[in-house]
Design a protein around this ligand. Structure first.
Ligand code: FES
Length: 90
């Protein structure tokens, strides 16, 4: 019996890439599920596009609690992920 092993090169990120220097206003719908990009590599900020697959970081999946405009963290350092808490100013 032959055995195959897949070796994947994983990029270990000790901190996420900053995707922006200020929050991004996004309309969310109550009850809908979203995947916020936690690694900062997505081309579809602030949402995940799968670019994290080569890293040790995974998206932050959440369900919107309210309809309306939400200010999404782009610096990836918010303690209130996925929403901005002003950490981009630090
Ligand atoms: S692309 Fe950044 S978490 Fe998925």
């Amino acid at each position: 019996m032959e055995c195959y092993t897949t070796v994947t090169k994983m990029k270990i990120m000790t901190s996420p890439k900053r995707a922006g220097n200020e929050p991004k206003a996004i309309e969310l719908k109550k009850g809908e599920s979203y995947a916020w990009c936690a690694c900062g590599l997505s081309s579809n900020q602030p949402f995940c596009d799968g670019s994290h697959m080569s890293t040790n970081i995974t998206p932050h999946v959440f369900v919107a609690e309210n309809d309306g405009t939400h200010y999404m963290c782009m610096c990836k350092n918010s303690k209130g992920k996925p929403f901005c808490d002003g950490s981009h100013n630090e």
